[in-house]
Write a protein that binds this ligand. Structure first.
Ligand code: BEZ
Length: 224
């Protein structure tokens, strides 16, 4: 099964989208990118996901992240389905167009190349549908994160924003973010950093939790 590893350059594919033809790297330019796939147009979970993604689009823009969706149906279906997604959103948003393009992958070429097919979810002809993938791509065009959910489980786009915050912070600072971290919370100092280096890099303070092992690896510092 083909797939992508973290750190690999994301394929610079050409695709037909609801906003015209694109080449991925040119589309992303200097931004971060998020590509999220959907099993099928006119399906319930996908509609709620695209609606939520649209409502959060300003948050992604504020983080310099360009969004792009993918579903295997054709442009006519994408355009018809878009009206349903906007209607689903209408109580919370008066947006009259989706703020990101949807790629059409009718022949499933991208779904195969990017390892997105879910062998357990098939269409009426027995052909596997795309799973719910999320790829986050850095400005260097390398894959920074991937998530793969089955068709029956919708994603949490607030969590995706949270991981963008972590990825962007840890791309520029030598820190890690702990479980359930939110921007503003303390961050952690990686095990490879000496106490002396940590003290000089983080003058606002390093707090080390005492542990039964006596090992001093649980080290926190305020969000830099
Ligand atoms: C959905 O979006 O609800 C869905 C799509 C394909 C398979 C299962 C669920």
């Amino acid at each position: 099964m083909p797939g992508l590893l973290l750190g690999q350059v994301f394929p610079d594919f050409e695709a037909e989208t609801t906003d015209g033809n694109i080449k991925l790297h040119e589309f992303l330019a200097d931004s971060w990118g998020i590509l999220f796939s959907h099993p099928r147009d006119y399906t319930p979970v996908c509609t709620t996901e695209l609606g939520r993604a649209a409502r959060l689009s300003q948050e992604f823009t504020d983080r310099n992240v360009k969004m792009i969706a993918l579903s295997i149906d054709d442009l006519e279906d994408h355009n018809g389905w878009t009206k349903d997604i906007l209607a689903y959103n209408s109580e919370e948003s008066d947006c009259c167009s989706l703020p990101f393009p949807i790629i059409t992958d009718k022949k499933r070429d991208l779904a195969v190349a990017l390892g997105m097919l879910d062998p357990d979810e098939k269409d009426k002809d027995g052909v596997p549908l795309t799973a719910r993938c999320v790829f986050i791509i850095g400005p260097d065009k390398r894959l920074k994160l991937s998530l793969l959910y089955p068709a029956t489980t919708g994603r949490n786009f607030d969590e995706i924003l949270r991981v963008v915050d972590s990825l962007q912070l840890t791309a520029g600072k030598r820190v890690s973010t702990p479980v359930d971290w939110q921007p503003g919370d303390c961050v952690m100092i990686p095990p490879s950093m000496s106490e002396e280096e940590a003290a000089s890099l983080f003058p606002s303070g390093v707090y080390t939790k005492d542990l039964p092992s006596g090992k001093k690896y649980l080290r926190y510092t305020p969000h830099p």
